[in-house]
Design a protein around this ligand. Structure first.
Ligand code: GLU
Length: 585
Protein backbone atom coordinates (compact mmCIF):
# COMPACT_ATOMS: atom_id res chain seq x y z
CA UNK A 1 0.00 0.00 0.00
CA UNK A 2 1.11 3.52 -0.77
CA UNK A 3 2.29 5.36 2.32
CA UNK A 4 -0.05 8.21 3.18
CA UNK A 5 0.90 11.80 2.57
CA UNK A 6 -1.32 14.10 4.58
CA UNK A 7 -1.29 17.81 5.08
CA UNK A 8 -2.43 20.25 7.69
CA UNK A 9 -3.37 23.34 5.69
CA UNK A 10 -4.26 26.25 7.96
CA UNK A 11 -4.82 29.79 6.77
CA UNK A 12 -2.78 32.27 8.79
CA UNK A 13 -5.78 34.42 9.68
CA UNK A 14 -5.17 34.49 13.42
CA UNK A 15 -4.28 32.16 16.25
CA UNK A 16 -4.89 28.47 15.71
CA UNK A 17 -8.00 27.30 17.55
CA UNK A 18 -7.77 23.96 19.36
CA UNK A 19 -10.08 22.55 16.67
CA UNK A 20 -7.20 23.21 14.27
CA UNK A 21 -4.77 21.52 16.62
CA UNK A 22 -7.03 18.48 16.68
CA UNK A 23 -7.07 18.41 12.87
CA UNK A 24 -3.27 18.60 12.85
CA UNK A 25 -3.11 15.85 15.48
CA UNK A 26 -5.33 13.43 13.57
CA UNK A 27 -3.32 14.04 10.40
CA UNK A 28 -0.11 13.43 12.33
CA UNK A 29 -1.38 10.27 14.01
CA UNK A 30 -2.64 8.85 10.75
CA UNK A 31 0.62 9.56 8.91
CA UNK A 32 2.81 8.18 11.66
CA UNK A 33 0.71 5.08 12.14
CA UNK A 34 1.28 4.09 8.53
CA UNK A 35 4.83 5.37 8.18
CA UNK A 36 3.61 8.26 6.04
CA UNK A 37 4.41 11.94 5.71
CA UNK A 38 2.93 14.82 7.71
CA UNK A 39 3.03 18.12 5.86
CA UNK A 40 2.33 21.71 6.84
CA UNK A 41 1.03 23.89 4.02
CA UNK A 42 0.26 27.51 4.73
CA UNK A 43 -2.80 28.63 2.77
CA UNK A 44 -2.18 32.35 2.58
CA UNK A 45 -3.61 33.35 -0.77
CA UNK A 46 -6.24 35.60 0.77
CA UNK A 47 -4.08 38.57 1.63
CA UNK A 48 -7.03 40.52 3.01
CA UNK A 49 -7.34 38.03 5.85
CA UNK A 50 -3.62 37.61 6.47
CA UNK A 51 -2.60 38.28 10.06
CA UNK A 52 1.07 38.89 10.82
CA UNK A 53 2.41 36.46 13.37
CA UNK A 54 -0.22 33.83 12.68
CA UNK A 55 2.13 31.51 10.79
CA UNK A 56 4.71 31.67 13.56
CA UNK A 57 1.95 30.94 16.03
CA UNK A 58 0.93 27.83 14.07
CA UNK A 59 4.50 26.56 13.88
CA UNK A 60 5.13 27.22 17.55
CA UNK A 61 1.88 25.55 18.60
CA UNK A 62 2.67 22.39 16.59
CA UNK A 63 6.17 22.29 18.05
CA UNK A 64 4.84 22.73 21.60
CA UNK A 65 2.48 19.81 21.03
CA UNK A 66 5.31 17.65 19.75
CA UNK A 67 3.71 17.18 16.32
CA UNK A 68 6.85 17.03 14.26
CA UNK A 69 6.53 17.95 10.61
CA UNK A 70 8.14 16.05 7.77
CA UNK A 71 7.67 18.79 5.17
CA UNK A 72 6.89 22.42 5.89
CA UNK A 73 7.81 25.98 4.91
CA UNK A 74 10.66 25.91 7.43
CA UNK A 75 11.84 22.39 6.71
CA UNK A 76 11.25 22.33 2.99
CA UNK A 77 10.69 19.06 1.10
CA UNK A 78 10.39 17.71 -2.41
CA UNK A 79 7.03 19.29 -3.11
CA UNK A 80 7.62 22.88 -2.02
CA UNK A 81 7.21 25.69 -1.68
CA UNK A 82 4.84 25.02 1.20
CA UNK A 83 3.42 28.52 1.39
CA UNK A 84 0.73 29.19 -1.19
CA UNK A 85 1.79 32.81 -1.59
CA UNK A 86 5.08 31.46 -2.95
CA UNK A 87 3.26 29.20 -5.41
CA UNK A 88 0.89 31.86 -6.68
CA UNK A 89 2.27 31.95 -10.21
CA UNK A 90 1.13 28.44 -10.96
CA UNK A 91 -2.55 28.86 -10.09
CA UNK A 92 -3.44 31.29 -12.89
CA UNK A 93 -2.69 28.69 -15.55
CA UNK A 94 -4.99 26.19 -13.93
CA UNK A 95 -7.73 28.79 -13.77
CA UNK A 96 -7.41 29.44 -17.50
CA UNK A 97 -7.18 25.73 -18.20
CA UNK A 98 -10.68 25.42 -16.75
CA UNK A 99 -11.94 27.89 -19.32
CA UNK A 100 -10.12 26.15 -22.16
CA UNK A 101 -11.50 22.72 -21.40
CA UNK A 102 -15.07 23.89 -20.83
CA UNK A 103 -15.08 23.53 -17.04
CA UNK A 104 -14.88 27.21 -16.39
CA UNK A 105 -15.83 30.57 -17.81
CA UNK A 106 -14.94 34.21 -17.54
CA UNK A 107 -17.42 36.24 -15.56
CA UNK A 108 -17.43 39.98 -16.09
CA UNK A 109 -20.31 40.91 -13.78
CA UNK A 110 -19.54 43.78 -11.48
CA UNK A 111 -20.43 43.67 -7.80
CA UNK A 112 -23.27 46.13 -8.54
CA UNK A 113 -24.65 43.95 -11.30
CA UNK A 114 -24.63 40.92 -9.05
CA UNK A 115 -26.34 42.87 -6.27
CA UNK A 116 -29.02 43.99 -8.69
CA UNK A 117 -29.60 40.41 -9.79
CA UNK A 118 -29.77 39.29 -6.18
CA UNK A 119 -32.36 41.95 -5.36
CA UNK A 120 -34.37 41.12 -8.44
CA UNK A 121 -34.59 37.47 -7.43
CA UNK A 122 -35.22 38.15 -3.79
CA UNK A 123 -38.12 40.39 -4.76
CA UNK A 124 -39.62 37.28 -6.37
CA UNK A 125 -38.96 35.31 -3.17
CA UNK A 126 -36.06 33.42 -4.74
CA UNK A 127 -32.53 33.08 -3.50
CA UNK A 128 -29.75 34.16 -5.79
CA UNK A 129 -26.89 31.86 -6.56
CA UNK A 130 -24.50 32.01 -9.51
CA UNK A 131 -25.19 28.56 -10.91
CA UNK A 132 -26.52 26.42 -13.73
CA UNK A 133 -29.91 28.13 -13.45
CA UNK A 134 -28.75 31.73 -13.46
CA UNK A 135 -25.46 31.84 -15.35
CA UNK A 136 -27.19 32.04 -18.69
CA UNK A 137 -28.67 35.37 -17.77
CA UNK A 138 -25.45 36.91 -16.46
CA UNK A 139 -22.48 38.63 -18.07
CA UNK A 140 -19.99 35.89 -18.77
CA UNK A 141 -18.21 34.10 -21.55
CA UNK A 142 -21.08 31.62 -21.81
CA UNK A 143 -23.57 34.28 -22.73
CA UNK A 144 -21.30 36.58 -24.74
CA UNK A 145 -19.91 36.11 -28.20
CA UNK A 146 -16.25 35.22 -28.57
CA UNK A 147 -15.58 38.61 -30.08
CA UNK A 148 -17.16 40.39 -27.12
CA UNK A 149 -15.12 38.33 -24.69
CA UNK A 150 -11.91 38.95 -26.59
CA UNK A 151 -12.60 42.65 -26.64
CA UNK A 152 -13.09 42.76 -22.90
CA UNK A 153 -9.99 40.70 -22.24
CA UNK A 154 -7.92 42.82 -24.60
CA UNK A 155 -9.13 45.91 -22.79
CA UNK A 156 -7.97 44.43 -19.50
CA UNK A 157 -11.47 44.36 -18.10
CA UNK A 158 -11.86 42.84 -14.63
CA UNK A 159 -12.97 39.26 -14.68
CA UNK A 160 -13.14 36.24 -12.47
CA UNK A 161 -13.00 32.63 -13.56
CA UNK A 162 -15.87 30.54 -12.25
CA UNK A 163 -16.23 26.79 -12.12
CA UNK A 164 -19.02 25.61 -14.43
CA UNK A 165 -20.89 23.16 -12.27
CA UNK A 166 -22.81 20.66 -14.40
CA UNK A 167 -26.58 20.50 -14.20
CA UNK A 168 -28.52 17.50 -12.90
CA UNK A 169 -25.71 15.37 -11.65
CA UNK A 170 -25.00 13.67 -8.38
CA UNK A 171 -21.45 14.19 -7.26
CA UNK A 172 -20.48 11.83 -4.49
CA UNK A 173 -17.59 10.94 -2.25
CA UNK A 174 -16.95 8.07 0.08
CA UNK A 175 -15.94 9.89 3.20
CA UNK A 176 -13.98 7.73 5.61
CA UNK A 177 -15.86 9.21 8.57
CA UNK A 178 -19.28 9.90 7.12
CA UNK A 179 -19.63 7.23 4.46
CA UNK A 180 -21.26 8.12 1.18
CA UNK A 181 -21.94 11.84 0.85
CA UNK A 182 -23.79 13.11 -2.19
CA UNK A 183 -23.96 16.58 -3.65
CA UNK A 184 -26.73 17.49 -6.04
CA UNK A 185 -24.89 19.53 -8.66
CA UNK A 186 -27.83 21.88 -9.23
CA UNK A 187 -27.36 23.07 -5.68
CA UNK A 188 -23.66 23.80 -6.17
CA UNK A 189 -22.89 27.39 -7.05
CA UNK A 190 -20.38 28.27 -9.75
CA UNK A 191 -17.73 29.28 -7.29
CA UNK A 192 -15.04 31.76 -8.21
CA UNK A 193 -11.75 29.96 -8.81
CA UNK A 194 -9.57 32.83 -9.93
CA UNK A 195 -10.24 36.26 -8.51
CA UNK A 196 -10.06 39.50 -10.46
CA UNK A 197 -6.63 40.20 -8.97
CA UNK A 198 -5.39 36.97 -10.51
CA UNK A 199 -5.15 35.18 -7.17
CA UNK A 200 -6.79 31.80 -6.71
CA UNK A 201 -9.54 31.21 -4.20
CA UNK A 202 -9.07 28.63 -1.48
CA UNK A 203 -10.78 25.94 -3.57
CA UNK A 204 -8.54 26.17 -6.61
CA UNK A 205 -5.28 26.52 -4.71
CA UNK A 206 -6.22 23.76 -2.28
CA UNK A 207 -7.01 21.20 -4.97
CA UNK A 208 -4.10 22.15 -7.23
CA UNK A 209 -1.72 21.82 -4.29
CA UNK A 210 -3.17 18.61 -2.92
CA UNK A 211 -2.68 17.10 -6.35
CA UNK A 212 0.85 18.38 -6.83
CA UNK A 213 1.91 17.49 -3.31
CA UNK A 214 0.59 13.97 -3.89
CA UNK A 215 -1.75 14.15 -0.91
CA UNK A 216 -3.44 10.81 -0.36
CA UNK A 217 -5.88 11.72 2.42
CA UNK A 218 -7.59 15.00 3.17
CA UNK A 219 -8.38 15.00 6.88
CA UNK A 220 -10.08 18.24 7.85
CA UNK A 221 -12.93 19.81 9.78
CA UNK A 222 -16.56 19.20 8.93
CA UNK A 223 -17.00 22.83 7.93
CA UNK A 224 -15.23 21.97 4.66
CA UNK A 225 -17.60 19.17 3.75
CA UNK A 226 -19.96 21.45 1.77
CA UNK A 227 -17.01 22.54 -0.42
CA UNK A 228 -16.02 18.99 -1.23
CA UNK A 229 -18.50 18.64 -4.09
CA UNK A 230 -16.71 21.49 -5.85
CA UNK A 231 -13.35 19.92 -5.11
CA UNK A 232 -14.42 16.65 -6.73
CA UNK A 233 -15.53 18.59 -9.80
CA UNK A 234 -12.14 20.29 -9.95
CA UNK A 235 -10.33 16.95 -9.88
CA UNK A 236 -12.61 15.86 -12.69
CA UNK A 237 -12.04 19.07 -14.63
CA UNK A 238 -8.27 18.64 -14.55
CA UNK A 239 -8.42 14.93 -15.32
CA UNK A 240 -7.00 14.04 -11.94
CA UNK A 241 -9.93 12.08 -10.59
CA UNK A 242 -7.93 8.87 -10.45
CA UNK A 243 -5.48 10.37 -8.02
CA UNK A 244 -8.07 12.20 -5.95
CA UNK A 245 -7.31 11.90 -2.22
CA UNK A 246 -9.67 10.15 0.13
CA UNK A 247 -11.63 12.45 2.40
CA UNK A 248 -12.20 12.26 6.14
CA UNK A 249 -14.26 15.08 7.63
CA UNK A 250 -13.86 15.45 11.38
CA UNK A 251 -16.84 16.16 13.63
CA UNK A 252 -17.33 19.63 15.07
CA UNK A 253 -16.09 20.48 18.54
CA UNK A 254 -19.14 21.66 20.43
CA UNK A 255 -19.59 24.08 23.30
CA UNK A 256 -19.75 22.57 26.79
CA UNK A 257 -23.18 21.39 27.91
CA UNK A 258 -24.90 24.37 29.60
CA UNK A 259 -25.97 22.10 32.44
CA UNK A 260 -22.29 21.57 33.24
CA UNK A 261 -21.78 25.19 34.25
CA UNK A 262 -25.19 26.81 34.83
CA UNK A 263 -26.67 26.58 38.30
CA UNK A 264 -29.04 28.51 40.52
CA UNK A 265 -26.15 30.30 42.19
CA UNK A 266 -24.54 31.71 39.07
CA UNK A 267 -27.69 32.25 37.04
CA UNK A 268 -27.58 36.02 37.62
CA UNK A 269 -23.98 36.26 36.53
CA UNK A 270 -24.70 34.47 33.26
CA UNK A 271 -27.94 36.37 32.76
CA UNK A 272 -26.04 39.64 32.92
CA UNK A 273 -23.29 38.41 30.60
CA UNK A 274 -25.80 37.20 28.03
CA UNK A 275 -27.92 40.32 28.37
CA UNK A 276 -24.96 42.50 27.54
CA UNK A 277 -24.04 40.33 24.54
CA UNK A 278 -27.66 40.27 23.40
CA UNK A 279 -27.89 44.03 23.29
CA UNK A 280 -24.52 44.28 21.57
CA UNK A 281 -25.84 42.04 18.84
CA UNK A 282 -29.32 43.56 18.74
CA UNK A 283 -28.48 47.22 19.22
CA UNK A 284 -31.76 48.12 17.55
CA UNK A 285 -33.81 45.98 19.89
CA UNK A 286 -36.68 48.11 21.08
CA UNK A 287 -39.50 45.65 21.54
CA UNK A 288 -38.94 45.07 25.21
CA UNK A 289 -37.18 46.91 27.96
CA UNK A 290 -33.84 45.63 29.15
CA UNK A 291 -35.41 44.39 32.33
CA UNK A 292 -38.00 42.35 30.47
CA UNK A 293 -35.33 40.78 28.31
CA UNK A 294 -33.36 40.08 31.46
CA UNK A 295 -36.32 38.29 33.02
CA UNK A 296 -36.87 36.25 29.88
CA UNK A 297 -33.22 35.16 29.69
CA UNK A 298 -33.09 34.38 33.41
CA UNK A 299 -36.25 32.30 33.25
CA UNK A 300 -34.85 30.18 30.45
CA UNK A 301 -31.43 29.73 32.09
CA UNK A 302 -33.04 28.66 35.37
CA UNK A 303 -34.62 25.74 33.55
CA UNK A 304 -31.17 24.49 32.57
CA UNK A 305 -32.18 20.87 32.18
CA UNK A 306 -34.87 21.69 29.62
CA UNK A 307 -33.02 24.22 27.54
CA UNK A 308 -33.59 22.56 24.18
CA UNK A 309 -37.33 22.50 24.73
CA UNK A 310 -37.36 26.03 26.14
CA UNK A 311 -35.49 27.38 23.14
CA UNK A 312 -37.73 25.85 20.53
CA UNK A 313 -39.56 28.49 18.56
CA UNK A 314 -43.32 28.06 18.94
CA UNK A 315 -45.91 29.33 16.45
CA UNK A 316 -47.28 31.84 18.95
CA UNK A 317 -43.86 33.33 19.73
CA UNK A 318 -43.57 37.00 18.91
CA UNK A 319 -40.59 38.63 17.26
CA UNK A 320 -38.91 39.56 20.52
CA UNK A 321 -39.21 36.07 21.96
CA UNK A 322 -37.86 34.61 18.73
CA UNK A 323 -34.87 36.96 18.89
CA UNK A 324 -34.09 36.02 22.48
CA UNK A 325 -34.47 32.30 21.85
CA UNK A 326 -32.36 32.48 18.70
CA UNK A 327 -29.64 34.36 20.51
CA UNK A 328 -29.55 31.92 23.43
CA UNK A 329 -29.56 28.97 21.11
CA UNK A 330 -26.46 30.16 19.28
CA UNK A 331 -24.82 31.23 22.53
CA UNK A 332 -25.39 28.01 24.44
CA UNK A 333 -25.19 25.39 21.71
CA UNK A 334 -23.25 24.66 18.56
CA UNK A 335 -19.64 25.02 17.62
CA UNK A 336 -17.09 25.96 20.28
CA UNK A 337 -15.90 29.52 19.70
CA UNK A 338 -13.32 31.90 21.04
CA UNK A 339 -16.17 33.68 22.83
CA UNK A 340 -16.91 30.57 24.87
CA UNK A 341 -13.40 30.64 26.24
CA UNK A 342 -13.81 34.25 27.38
CA UNK A 343 -17.27 33.67 28.74
CA UNK A 344 -16.64 30.42 30.57
CA UNK A 345 -13.08 31.10 31.62
CA UNK A 346 -11.05 28.43 29.86
CA UNK A 347 -8.55 28.43 27.02
CA UNK A 348 -9.66 27.42 23.52
CA UNK A 349 -6.26 28.04 21.97
CA UNK A 350 -3.01 26.15 22.55
CA UNK A 351 -0.88 29.24 23.18
CA UNK A 352 -1.55 32.76 24.35
CA UNK A 353 -2.02 35.41 21.68
CA UNK A 354 -1.28 39.07 22.05
CA UNK A 355 -3.69 40.43 19.45
CA UNK A 356 -3.60 43.90 17.97
CA UNK A 357 -5.70 45.42 20.74
CA UNK A 358 -5.65 44.35 24.40
CA UNK A 359 -9.23 43.08 24.12
CA UNK A 360 -8.15 40.70 21.33
CA UNK A 361 -5.59 39.00 23.56
CA UNK A 362 -6.27 35.63 25.14
CA UNK A 363 -4.54 32.94 27.08
CA UNK A 364 -3.62 29.43 25.98
CA UNK A 365 -3.43 25.92 27.35
CA UNK A 366 0.32 26.38 27.69
CA UNK A 367 0.04 29.55 29.75
CA UNK A 368 -2.68 28.09 31.97
CA UNK A 369 -0.14 25.41 32.82
CA UNK A 370 -1.13 22.37 30.79
CA UNK A 371 1.33 19.66 29.95
CA UNK A 372 1.19 19.64 26.13
CA UNK A 373 0.65 15.88 26.12
CA UNK A 374 -2.31 16.22 28.48
CA UNK A 375 -3.88 18.64 26.01
CA UNK A 376 -3.08 16.30 23.12
CA UNK A 377 -4.53 13.35 24.98
CA UNK A 378 -7.68 15.40 25.67
CA UNK A 379 -7.95 16.51 22.04
CA UNK A 380 -7.41 12.98 20.74
CA UNK A 381 -10.62 11.99 22.51
CA UNK A 382 -12.62 14.89 21.06
CA UNK A 383 -14.03 12.94 18.17
CA UNK A 384 -12.11 9.66 18.37
CA UNK A 385 -11.97 6.80 20.83
CA UNK A 386 -9.77 3.74 20.96
CA UNK A 387 -12.64 1.34 21.58
CA UNK A 388 -11.09 0.28 24.88
CA UNK A 389 -11.22 1.62 28.43
CA UNK A 390 -7.75 3.13 28.20
CA UNK A 391 -7.74 6.91 28.51
CA UNK A 392 -4.14 7.89 29.17
CA UNK A 393 -1.94 7.62 26.11
CA UNK A 394 1.53 8.76 25.22
CA UNK A 395 1.93 10.18 21.73
CA UNK A 396 3.47 6.88 20.58
CA UNK A 397 0.54 4.96 22.03
CA UNK A 398 -1.90 7.27 20.27
CA UNK A 399 -0.08 6.63 16.99
CA UNK A 400 -0.37 2.92 17.65
CA UNK A 401 -4.07 3.00 18.58
CA UNK A 402 -5.30 5.56 16.06
CA UNK A 403 -7.50 4.84 13.08
CA UNK A 404 -9.68 7.08 10.95
CA UNK A 405 -12.44 4.48 11.15
CA UNK A 406 -12.88 5.12 14.87
CA UNK A 407 -13.64 8.81 14.41
CA UNK A 408 -17.25 9.58 15.28
CA UNK A 409 -19.76 11.39 13.11
CA UNK A 410 -21.47 13.43 15.79
CA UNK A 411 -20.09 16.58 17.36
CA UNK A 412 -17.67 16.18 20.27
CA UNK A 413 -18.48 18.22 23.33
CA UNK A 414 -15.69 20.28 24.85
CA UNK A 415 -15.43 19.55 28.55
CA UNK A 416 -12.86 21.63 30.39
CA UNK A 417 -13.14 19.56 33.56
CA UNK A 418 -12.05 16.58 31.50
CA UNK A 419 -9.10 18.55 30.13
CA UNK A 420 -8.02 19.33 33.69
CA UNK A 421 -8.50 15.72 34.66
CA UNK A 422 -6.09 14.69 31.91
CA UNK A 423 -3.55 17.18 33.17
CA UNK A 424 -3.91 15.85 36.68
CA UNK A 425 -3.34 12.33 35.42
CA UNK A 426 -0.18 13.46 33.66
CA UNK A 427 1.03 15.05 36.87
CA UNK A 428 0.24 12.00 38.99
CA UNK A 429 1.95 9.67 36.56
CA UNK A 430 4.76 12.09 35.84
CA UNK A 431 8.32 11.17 36.62
CA UNK A 432 9.45 13.09 39.72
CA UNK A 433 12.76 14.13 38.22
CA UNK A 434 10.99 15.52 35.13
CA UNK A 435 8.49 17.34 37.28
CA UNK A 436 11.33 18.71 39.40
CA UNK A 437 12.98 20.19 36.34
CA UNK A 438 9.70 21.83 35.41
CA UNK A 439 9.31 23.13 38.94
CA UNK A 440 12.75 24.68 39.04
CA UNK A 441 12.05 27.76 36.86
CA UNK A 442 8.62 28.21 38.43
CA UNK A 443 10.14 28.25 41.90
CA UNK A 444 12.89 30.57 40.71
CA UNK A 445 10.37 32.99 39.25
CA UNK A 446 8.95 33.41 42.75
CA UNK A 447 12.41 34.41 43.91
CA UNK A 448 12.99 31.10 45.71
CA UNK A 449 15.38 28.26 45.14
CA UNK A 450 15.73 24.64 46.13
CA UNK A 451 18.07 21.79 45.31
CA UNK A 452 17.02 19.08 42.89
CA UNK A 453 16.45 16.48 45.60
CA UNK A 454 14.06 18.77 47.43
CA UNK A 455 12.23 19.63 44.21
CA UNK A 456 11.84 15.96 43.41
CA UNK A 457 10.42 15.22 46.82
CA UNK A 458 8.09 18.22 46.61
CA UNK A 459 6.91 16.93 43.22
CA UNK A 460 6.25 13.52 44.76
CA UNK A 461 4.36 14.97 47.73
CA UNK A 462 2.27 17.45 45.76
CA UNK A 463 1.53 15.88 42.41
CA UNK A 464 -1.53 14.11 43.75
CA UNK A 465 -2.97 17.38 45.02
CA UNK A 466 -2.45 19.72 42.10
CA UNK A 467 -4.18 20.19 38.77
CA UNK A 468 -1.30 22.07 37.19
CA UNK A 469 2.40 21.97 37.95
CA UNK A 470 2.16 25.72 38.43
CA UNK A 471 -0.10 25.20 41.44
CA UNK A 472 2.72 23.50 43.32
CA UNK A 473 5.22 26.28 44.15
CA UNK A 474 2.64 28.35 46.04
CA UNK A 475 1.09 25.35 47.76
CA UNK A 476 4.52 24.11 48.84
CA UNK A 477 6.05 27.56 49.39
CA UNK A 478 7.14 26.71 52.95
CA UNK A 479 9.74 24.35 51.53
CA UNK A 480 11.34 27.22 49.67
CA UNK A 481 11.11 30.08 52.14
CA UNK A 482 10.83 30.68 55.87
CA UNK A 483 8.79 33.71 55.11
CA UNK A 484 5.25 32.31 55.16
CA UNK A 485 2.13 33.34 57.01
CA UNK A 486 0.30 31.25 59.57
CA UNK A 487 -3.36 30.48 59.20
CA UNK A 488 -3.93 32.29 62.47
CA UNK A 489 -7.59 31.53 62.82
CA UNK A 490 -6.90 27.86 62.55
CA UNK A 491 -3.84 28.08 64.82
CA UNK A 492 -5.84 29.79 67.54
CA UNK A 493 -8.46 27.07 67.38
CA UNK A 494 -5.97 24.20 67.41
CA UNK A 495 -3.54 25.50 70.02
CA UNK A 496 -4.95 24.42 73.39
CA UNK A 497 -3.50 25.78 76.59
CA UNK A 498 -4.00 22.46 78.37
CA UNK A 499 -1.70 20.72 75.89
CA UNK A 500 0.89 23.47 75.68
CA UNK A 501 3.36 21.83 78.00
CA UNK A 502 3.18 18.51 76.17
CA UNK A 503 3.53 20.19 72.79
CA UNK A 504 6.71 21.91 73.95
CA UNK A 505 7.96 18.62 75.37
CA UNK A 506 7.51 16.97 71.96
CA UNK A 507 9.63 19.67 70.32
CA UNK A 508 12.41 18.72 72.73
CA UNK A 509 11.99 15.05 71.85
CA UNK A 510 12.15 15.82 68.15
CA UNK A 511 15.28 17.87 68.70
CA UNK A 512 16.87 14.76 70.21
CA UNK A 513 15.64 12.37 67.52
CA UNK A 514 18.55 11.01 65.52
CA UNK A 515 16.62 9.32 62.74
CA UNK A 516 14.60 12.10 61.14
CA UNK A 517 13.04 9.90 58.45
CA UNK A 518 9.30 10.07 57.84
CA UNK A 519 8.83 6.50 59.10
CA UNK A 520 10.67 7.08 62.32
CA UNK A 521 9.02 10.45 62.92
CA UNK A 522 5.66 8.78 62.57
CA UNK A 523 6.65 6.24 65.23
CA UNK A 524 8.01 8.88 67.59
CA UNK A 525 5.10 11.30 67.26
CA UNK A 526 2.33 8.72 67.35
CA UNK A 527 4.05 6.97 70.25
CA UNK A 528 4.21 10.24 72.17
CA UNK A 529 0.52 10.96 71.56
CA UNK A 530 -0.57 7.52 72.70
CA UNK A 531 1.70 7.46 75.70
CA UNK A 532 0.35 10.77 76.93
CA UNK A 533 -3.24 9.97 75.98
CA UNK A 534 -3.50 13.10 73.82
CA UNK A 535 -5.74 13.67 70.83
CA UNK A 536 -4.05 13.28 67.43
CA UNK A 537 -5.45 16.61 66.25
CA UNK A 538 -4.29 18.38 69.40
CA UNK A 539 -0.70 17.54 68.61
CA UNK A 540 -0.50 17.16 64.87
CA UNK A 541 -2.55 20.23 63.88
CA UNK A 542 -0.37 22.79 65.71
CA UNK A 543 2.71 20.94 64.47
CA UNK A 544 1.55 21.19 60.91
CA UNK A 545 0.60 24.85 61.09
CA UNK A 546 3.88 25.74 62.79
CA UNK A 547 6.03 24.14 60.08
CA UNK A 548 3.92 24.90 57.01
CA UNK A 549 1.60 27.75 57.96
CA UNK A 550 -1.54 25.85 56.92
CA UNK A 551 -3.75 23.09 58.26
CA UNK A 552 -3.75 20.84 55.17
CA UNK A 553 -1.23 19.25 52.84
CA UNK A 554 0.70 16.04 52.37
CA UNK A 555 1.80 13.71 55.16
CA UNK A 556 3.10 15.69 58.15
CA UNK A 557 5.89 13.18 58.71
CA UNK A 558 7.08 13.59 55.14
CA UNK A 559 7.00 17.35 55.54
CA UNK A 560 9.12 17.22 58.70
CA UNK A 561 11.58 14.78 57.16
CA UNK A 562 12.02 16.91 54.07
CA UNK A 563 12.45 20.12 56.05
CA UNK A 564 15.01 18.36 58.22
CA UNK A 565 15.54 18.53 61.92
CA UNK A 566 17.03 21.95 62.24
CA UNK A 567 14.37 23.74 60.23
CA UNK A 568 11.50 21.75 61.72
CA UNK A 569 12.54 22.32 65.32
CA UNK A 570 13.30 25.99 64.71
CA UNK A 571 9.87 26.52 63.13
CA UNK A 572 8.12 24.62 65.90
CA UNK A 573 9.70 26.79 68.57
CA UNK A 574 8.92 29.99 66.73
CA UNK A 575 5.41 28.86 65.79
CA UNK A 576 4.41 27.68 69.23
CA UNK A 577 5.60 30.92 70.80
CA UNK A 578 3.52 32.77 68.22
CA UNK A 579 0.42 30.65 68.85
CA UNK A 580 0.70 31.22 72.61
CA UNK A 581 0.98 34.95 72.06
CA UNK A 582 -2.04 34.81 69.79
CA UNK A 583 -4.05 33.02 72.47
CA UNK A 584 -3.06 35.56 75.09
CA UNK A 585 -3.67 38.59 72.94
N1 GLU B 1 -7.08 26.56 4.56
C1 GLU B 1 -8.17 25.76 5.03
C2 GLU B 1 -8.32 26.04 6.52
O1 GLU B 1 -7.97 27.08 6.93
C3 GLU B 1 -7.85 24.31 4.74
C4 GLU B 1 -9.01 23.39 4.72
C5 GLU B 1 -8.58 22.06 4.18
O2 GLU B 1 -7.90 21.33 4.92
O3 GLU B 1 -8.85 21.78 3.03
O4 GLU B 1 -8.80 25.27 7.30
Amino acid sequence: MQKPRVRFAPSPTGALHIGGVRTALYNYLYAKKLGGTFILRIEDTDQTRYVPGAEDYITEALAWCGLELDESPAKGGDYGPYRQSERKDMYGDFGHQLVRNGWGYYAFDTAEELDAKREEMEAKGEKFSYNALTRNSLRNSLTMSDAEVKELLDANADFTIRLKCPADEIVSINDIVRGKVEFQSNLLDDKVMLKSDGMPTYHLANVVDDYHMKITHVIRGEEWLPSTGHHVLLYRAFGWENSMPQFAHLPLILKPAPSSYLNNKNVDIYTDKFLEEFFKKHSDFTLKTKDQVRQAIRGILLDKDNLSARLQIKPKDKEDKIAIKGFLKSTLFGKLSKRDGDRLGFPVFPLAWQGEKPEDAFTGFREVGFDPMAMINFLAFLGWNPGTEQEIFSLEQLVEAFSLERIGKSGARFDYEKAKWFNQQYLIHGNNADLASQLKPLVASEGWSADDATLEKVAELYKQRATFIGDIPQAASYFFTDDFNYDEKNAKKKWKEKNAEKNHELVGILADTEDFSADNLEKVIKGFIEENELGFGDVMAPLRIAVSGVGGGPSLFEILALLGKEKSVGRLKKGYAHFEALKNA
